[in-house]
Design a protein around this ligand. Structure first.
Ligand SMILES: Cc1ncc(COP(=O)(O)O)c(C=O)c1O
Length: 385
């Protein structure tokens, strides 16, 4: 990203060159419609089939269980709206958590306007849902539990296998939003035990606007859009072949590199965290306890406005975030940090620094030097000292 220091990989990631190279032929040279019977169409179809196989293998699924979508928001909507519609005779209650991405929360809120009941599970100070509360919330009319695998603002990782096990004991289906987890931790649908799983390419150095939804064989699902027979008629519309090829390429590479990258990123994150804590007073790391993603550091600076700090870093050529990109600019405290029960003094001064495959040791040195100057300066300005 030019000469800037990009530390907002949880918002989105730069497309990796290998994915770009794999995509390029499918924009013009191999531009057939994968539904066409002629040779041009069949070449596109071959790429689509190969990508589906590759994504299925990455998740421990079968190709038929993979639907390509237009990204994470669409995958979450299709999972939640599609299952609740398919099971509307069985029940009208779903369970989610208070710290979900808006792609899940707003969808659940819309369902509430249509008469469904939604339980929003609280989380503890480390951002983890309590299994006993989940157990107590499961009802005979519950049709779906939708809980994210890893949180986009603080990186907390949920005990998904236990959540799925508990829900299944009550005959309830489980969806997880694994958008932030993909490429940052192992993700296998059988180990997690989930019935539906959402991912999106632009969080692991693939293209924007392209994702996938895993739907376990036999899971009842209605489409939310109507049209052709593509994606088993569950996501009709001509497939985005360049995007899908880019997604599959980026995912394969991210998974190959996962052991080395997750160790490297965790070490960089830990050094960043430790140095902030020892060199800047009145600081709190949010959700520092494992299990958490290796690449996200969410940190609150008392007596500092997070947005002012973001702008100060931006002027130095460093990109960070105050929360999720979708909430940025809303100037409201993050619903995730509120759900952690943070005191007001910590809510306002939180920033998220998220690392990725292009992050270097020097980037960490530079953001540390910037924070060590900007935090005291902004504090002095705020107190008029
Ligand atoms: C946890 C989570 N879910 C869903 C999404 C939405 O994905 P997309 O931007 O591909 O629609 C995001 C993106 O910020 C996310 O972080």
């Amino acid at each position: 990203m030019c000469d800037r220091i990009y530390l907002d990989h949880s918002a989105t990631t730069p497309l990796r060159p290998e994915a770009l190279e794999a995509m390029l032929p499918y924009f013009a040279d191999i531009a057939g419609n994968s539904s066409s019977l002629h040779a041009d169409g069949q070449r596109a179809k071959q790429a689509l089939d190969a990508a589906r196989e590759s994504v299925a293998e990455a998740l421990g699924a079968t190709p038929r269980e993979i639907l390509f979508t237009g990204g994470g928001t669409e995958g979450d909507n299709l999972a939640i709206l599609g299952v609740t519609e398919a099971l509307k005779q069985r029940g009208h209650h779903i369970i989610t958590s208070a710290i979900e991405h808006p792609a899940v929360l707003r969808t659940c809120e819309w369902l509430e306007t249509r008469g469904l009941e939604v339980t929003y599970l609280p989380v503890d100070a480390d951002g983890i849902v309590d299994l006993a509360t989940l157990r107590a919330s499961l009802r005979p009319d519950t049709v779906l539990v939708s809980i994210m695998l890893a949180n986009n603002e603080v990186g907390a990782v949920q005990p998904m296998a236990k959540i799925a096990d508990l829900a299944h004991q009550h005959g309830v289906l489980v969806h997880t939003d694994a958008v932030q987890a993909m490429g940052k931790m192992p993700v296998n649908v059988d180990h997690l035990g989930v019935d539906l799983l959402t991912l999106t390419a632009h969080k692991f150095c693939g293209p924007k606007g392209c994702g996938a939804l895993f739907v376990r064989k036999g899971t009842p699902l209605e489409p939310i859009t109507y049209g052709g027979h593509q994606e088993r008629s569950l996501r009709p519309g001509t497939q985005n072949i360049p995007g899908i090829v880019g997604l599959a390429t980026a995912l394969r590479l991210a998974i190959n590199e996962l052991p080395a990258q997750s160790t490297r990123l965790a070490a960089l994150r830990d050094r960043l965290q430790a140095t902030i804590l020892t060199s800047i007073p009145h600081v709190k790391v949010n959700c520092a306890a494992p299990p958490r993603l290796p690449n996200i550091l969410n940190v609150s600076f008392a007596e500092v406005d997070g947005e002012a700090l973001l702008m100060a870093l931006d002027m130095r050529g460093i990109s960070v975030s105050t929360g999720s990109a979708c909430a940025a600019g809303a100037n409201e405290p993050s619903h995730v940090l509120e759900a952690l029960g943070l005191a007001p003094e910590w809510l306002q001064g939180a920033i998220r620094i998220s690392l990725g495959r292009t992050t270097t040791n020097e980037d960490i040195d530079d953001v540390l030097a910037a924070l060590q100057q900007d935090v005291p300066r902004l504090r002095a300005l705020a107190t008029g000292a």
